[in-house]
Ligand binder design. Structure first.
Ligand code: PLP
Ligand code: SF4
Length: 340
């Protein structure tokens, strides 16, 4: 008897229906008056927001933390010393087509250049994806690289967003890697289950469930309001398929840089079956300086958070520095009166 085909959702259609006109987004949110403040050009990084994500924004609130993550701002045009296009040394770490190998034991694949949402603070907004994704050429260079490097025990699919690829394309990769004995783990860094939970369909779950390695899925959520019931359900489905769920956030001025917001995020993540992993200090990328939270304040926030959450809900505050053997933890400080 034929096996029933796992159910496929029409997530690509939902993807195509994303909002790409900032004026339309502002109109939906009753914020038309902000259109006058939009930058004239998008600096090669246009607005992109799935409609389901926009639906989680509060109408009439120009400071909505989800809106601030995606709306182009005039402030992006300011240049600031120390801000560059390749802020994290990706250019130097390129080991093969679409492969970054910076840290012992794990290699990272730029699996795809596409994302379902465009985050204004993203350190990869200037990365030359189109020429350099691992999926091009049927993954061949990436698979050869992993096979030839016996010290690579974990492969991280990143991007862009690796789940922007068709599941059949991901299956092509996992099939080519399946017989490599030194590969022990697969990790997927993705924002798609958050911004387009339709992506977590039966076909994807069947693929994850059948992989020959333990799988960690690292989501990217910056604010509790991103986690509505559709996302919570997608998280449950991923866990039921056997994935360990972690989250990384970026500390963003005006979005999540206060203790209550960060505590609520950790609590909501746990309710969705996700543990906080990293809280990243912003990468110093051109156009993102207005999101920066300075280190003393970031360190003080984490100390204040430590005082109100169980240790397992406290993310590790880190920064990525070119040439270092790991992400760099920020130091601990005494909690200043201003934060308490
Ligand atoms: C961040 C990163 C990793 C993963 O680091 P972990 O500390 O293991 O999460 C791996 N490779 C590259 C190139 C990275 O930028
Ligand atoms: S790589 Fe991640 S943070 Fe950057 S735009 Fe894509 S989804 Fe957003």
């Amino acid at each position: 008897m034929a096996q029933p085909q796992p159910q496929r959702s029409d997530w690509r259609q939902t993807w195509r229906e994303a909002i790409t006109d900032p004026r339309e987004l502002l109109g939906l949110l009753d914020l038309d008056h902000l259109a006058a403040g939009l930058p004239a050009a998008d600096a090669g990084f246009p607005l992109r927001v799935p409609r389901g994500f926009a639906a989680r924004m509060r109408r009439g609130d120009a400071r909505d933390p989800l809106l601030l993550q995606v709306l182009p701002q005039l402030a992006e045009q300011a240049t600031r010393p120390g801000y560059a296009t390749d802020a994290v040394g990706d250019g130097a770490a390129r080991a093969a087509r679409g492969v970054l190998h910076k840290y012992a034991g794990r290699a990272l694949l730029i699996a795809s250049g596409s994302c379902a949402v465009h985050c204004r603070y993203c350190f990869r907004r200037h990365f030359p994806y189109a020429e350099d994704t691992a999926a091009a050429g049927h993954w061949q260079q990436a698979v050869v690289y992993v096979r030839d490097h016996a010290d690579v025990h974990e492969l991280i699919l990143s991007g862009g967003d690796p789940l922007s690829l068709a599941t059949s394309k991901l299956a092509e990769l996992s099939a080519a890697l399946a017989d490599i004995p030194h590969l022990h783990r697969l990790r997927i860094h993705t924002r798609l289950p958050v911004v387009l939970p339709e992506r977590v369909d039966g076909e994807l779950l069947a693929w994850i469930g059948a992989l020959p390695w333990p799988v960690a899925v690292v989501l990217h959520v910056n604010h509790a309001a991103e986690l509505d019931t559709a996302v919570a359900d997608a998280c449950t489905r991923l866990r039921d398929a056997g994935a360990l769920l972690l989250n990384q956030s970026v500390l963003l001025r005006g979005v999540n840089d206060d203790v209550e917001t960060l505590a609520a995020l950790s609590e909501r993540l746990f309710a969705c079956g996700v543990l906080p992993y990293y809280l990243h200090q912003l990468d110093r990328v051109h156009g993102a300086a207005h999101f920066e939270v300075d280190d003393p304040r970031a360190e003080a926030l984490i100390e204040a958070l430590r005082a109100c959450l169980p240790g397992y809900l406290l993310p590790r505050l880190v920064r990525e520095e070119p040439g270092k053997p790991s992400k760099t933890p920020l130091r601990s400080v005494e909690m200043p009166e201003s934060i308490r």
